[in-house]
Write a protein that binds this ligand. Structure first.
Ligand code: C2E
Ligand code: MG
Ligand code: MG
Length: 684
């Protein structure tokens, strides 16, 4: 039984001498499988010794080990390599012990040798793999870690320590014993991390800010997962850490640049709507009113154009600072572009608070601003919209604040206006007019009415004023009071003005032909038209084109033409006069009536505004004014015309105080050209 058992063993049972050859005195049948030699070959070194089979590299140490152990009567167990008869190298495991004779003298060894090549190989592979992974672990640029769910490090690589700014892995291990408290800037992040782990078993691109050893804050991203044991019990978290501070800072910088104005550093229009929406949401929650103020600097363009952009830039920077300093922390100033700013005020409770704040801003903005040794003064116009009353969404609210600002501009600038719905209606109407005017210009939907002027000395018509009307097809006649201000603002007046001038001159030529005497026609000029650069050459070409006698053309100018640039204004007047035409100052007494300049104006007529005439009967205070204007006009050698004469009393009175000419419903309303001719023919 023993012999069968032995021959079936995978491996070789042996007994050998402790000589230089490990001379085998017994080997079991397993010898063949193990070495490729038959037992006969090996026994008594018949063909080869076991010593010779042992790989040369291992021979010495195997012998030394065995000898030293058996010397002390101990058993041995070792692994080494032998050379198989087929030339291949085999790993073997040998375990054996000493064999003593009756006298206790070491006589031989006996033991068992088996082939462990396959196990050795897999161990080697595993070792190599382990080495490889260890190298990755040790040399990775990313931090790699394992932590307990409660936040202690189990294992991590040098990169992790480096990322967190520790001198060594030991340094980190000793320093951090609570990841939640010591690592994350926002301690809630660890809770979030764990919640994600619980929900999904992993976290992907988990971005957080952490403290480095020296207290610096960096941005990291983590990818990690749970590791469980065979029973599914959570063992630890395992993951990687990457320092993404550079990317984050860059992103932050890019975002900042995209959302902030480079000149003033204020948030720009890109984030206005977002911010406003946030403020609206906050207002919904708190129930507090939110105010949006639209601010436009009044004289900025003038300064920027005339003094240069560096002055303009400096001015904007100063204004941005002043605006910010008028607000509270929680309020926002946005630069929309150019000289436009928007304020979001979410800390005011009452209208009065907002109004106070606006007063502060008006005052702050209007302070002189010292740039390059010179003082510049600007003011601003502010429009305010309140949430939710004036608009439930950012765009509407902004639009309404903008229209309120527009109204503030119209009311003379340097003031603030709250939005009202009437304002909105007026604005919509205005925009509608602007839109329809474009068509009107294209299709010439205009016509001229003529209102006679009567010479008080002769009682005859001494000329007419051409007054424009707009006749949209299928609609009623539109008064110039409705569309001229719009056209003036949009610049459409220039084209309309050319049309009026040309048509009025044609008619004047026609009237002269029909009546056989000159019938001068007066044409109204609005300020914008008057500032037009080519005005003089335009008038000149109309004169030559229509062949009107220049003496029969009179331009009516209001004092508001003067307001901007007196020197140029006076020069233009002279250039026009040089063409041989007449000039009149219209609506005299309602503007600035700048006496200082009046003497320099080469004008022929003063037209007293109808406000002084219309209520002459009920307003005796107008009497001295009228007398004064007439005296002034005469002393400057001008003819004086009174407008808006509606009653015989007014006519007689004005006659009495020396007025030269009259114009008004008392004689005739403005008439279509044909009716005007009929009127003249009737001999008036
Ligand atoms: P304006 O130049 O002062 O013209 C006189 C205005 O007074 C005219 O109004 C005329 O119809 C009105 N009027 C005349 N007599 C009386 C009267 O007895 N009582 C009253 N209550 N009003 C009288 P209209 O035609 O509506 O023109 C209004 C303004 O529109 C003009 O005031 C002028 O400033 C402007 N305008 C009219 N036509 C033109 C134009 O072709 N070009 C430009 N730029 N402005 C024009
Ligand atoms: Mg007029
Ligand atoms: Mg007038």
């Amino acid at each position: 039984m023993l012999s069968t058992l032995m021959s079936n063993l995978k491996g070789m049972v042996y007994c050998c001498l402790l000589d230089n050859y490990w001379t085998m005195v017994f080997v079991s049948d397993g010898c063949e499988d193990l070495t490729g030699y038959s037992p006969e070959d090996l026994l008594f070194n018949h063909r080869i010794s076991y010593e010779a089979l042992t790989l040369e590299d291992d021979r010495t140490w195997v012998r030394e080990r065995i000898e030293s152990l058996v010397q002390h009567g101990e058993r041995f167990d070792l692994e080494y390599r032998i050379m198989h008869s087929d030339g291949s190298i085999r790993w073997v495991q040998e375990s054996g012990g000493p064999l003593f004779n009756e006298e206790g003298k070491l006589e031989a060894l006996e033991g068992f040798i088996q082939d462990v090549t396959r196990r050795k190989h897999s161990e080697q592979v595993a070792q190599e793999a382990e080495n490889r992974y260890r190298s990755i672990f040790e040399n990775a640029i990313e931090g790699i870690y394992q932590t307990t769910p409660s936040g202690q490090y189990l294992n991590f690589n040098p990169a992790l320590a480096r990322i967190y700014g520790y001198d060594s892995t030991e340094d980190l291990l000793q320093s951090i014993c609570d990841i939640q408290k010591q690592l994350y800037v926002d301690t809630c992040m660890r809770e979030e991390y764990i919640a994600l782990m619980k929900a999904h078993g992993h976290v992907y691109n988990f971005e957080a800010q952490v403290f480095r050893k020296n207290g610096d804050i960096i941005w990291i991203t983590e990818n990690a997962h749970e590791v469980h044991d065979a029973d599914g019990k959570l063992l630890y978290y395992e993951g990687t850490v990457e320092d993404i501070s550079e990317r984050k800072n860059y992103e932050h910088q890019i975002k900042y640049q995209a959302t902030h104005d480079s000149l003033t550093g204020l948030p720009n229009r890109t984030i206005l709507c977002d911010r406003l929406q946030q403020c609206m949401n906050a207002s919904d929650r708190s129930g507090r009113e939110l105010a949006v103020a639209f601010i436009d600097l009044d004289q900025f363009k003038l300064i920027n154009d005339s003094m240069g952009h560096h002055v303009g830039d400096n001015l904007l920077i100063t204004m941005a600072k002043r605006l910010s300093s008028c607000l509270r922390e929680s309020d926002t100033v946005v630069r929309l572009g150019g000289d436009e700013f928007v304020l979001l005020l979410n800390s005011s409770h009452k209208i009065e608070d907002i109004a106070h704040c606006m007063h502060r801003i008006l005052t702050a903005v209007a302070e002189p601003c010292l740039i390059e040794g010179r003082d510049f003064v600007v003011s601003c116009s502010i429009g305010i919209g309140l949430y939710p009353g004036d608009g439930a969404d950012p765009n509407t609210l902004l639009k309404n604040a903008d229209s309120a600002m527009y109204k503030a501009k119209q009311l003379g600038r340097n003031n603030f206006q709250f939005y009202t719905s009437e304002l909105n209606e007026a604005l919509t109407e205005r925009m509608e007019i602007e839109y329809r005017l474009r068509r009107a210009i294209e299709y010439e939907e205009f016509l001229l009415h003529y209102q006679p002027k009567v010479d008080l000395a002769t009682g005859k018509v001494c000329g007419a004023e051409a007054l424009i009307r707009w006749q949209p097809p299928g609609d009623s006649l539109i008064s110039p009071l409705t569309f001229i201000p719009v056209a003036e603002e949009t610049g459409q007046i220039e084209e309309i003005g050319r049309w009026v001038l040309k048509n009025a001159c044609c008619k004047a030529v026609e009237f002269q032909k029909i009546m056989g005497r000159p019938i001068p026609v007066a044409v109204n000029m609005s300020p914008r038209q008057f500032r037009q650069e080519n005005l003089v050459s335009l008038v000149e070409s109309v004169i030559s084109g229509t062949k009107i006698d220049p003496q029969c053309l009179e331009l009516e100018i209001t004092e508001s033409c003067l307001a901007q640039d007196p020197r140029n204004f006076i020069k233009t007047l002279h250039d026009l006069k040089a063409l041989g035409i007449k000039l009149a100052i219209d609506d005299f007494g309602t503007g600035y009536s700048s006496m200082a300049y009046l003497k320099d104006f080469p004008v022929d007529r003063l037209k007293i505004d109808k406000v002084f005439v219309g209520n002459l009967e009920t307003e005796p205070a107008n009497v001295p004014i009228l007398k004064a204007i007439i005296a002034l006009g005469h002393s400057l050698g001008l003819k004086v015309v009174a407008e808006g004469v509606e009653t015989a009393y007014q006519q007689a009175f004005l006659h009495g105080i020396g007025c030269d000419e009259l114009q008004g419903y008392f004689f005739s309303k403005p008439l279509p050209a044909d009716d005007f001719v009929i009127l003249m023919k009737r001999g008036a």
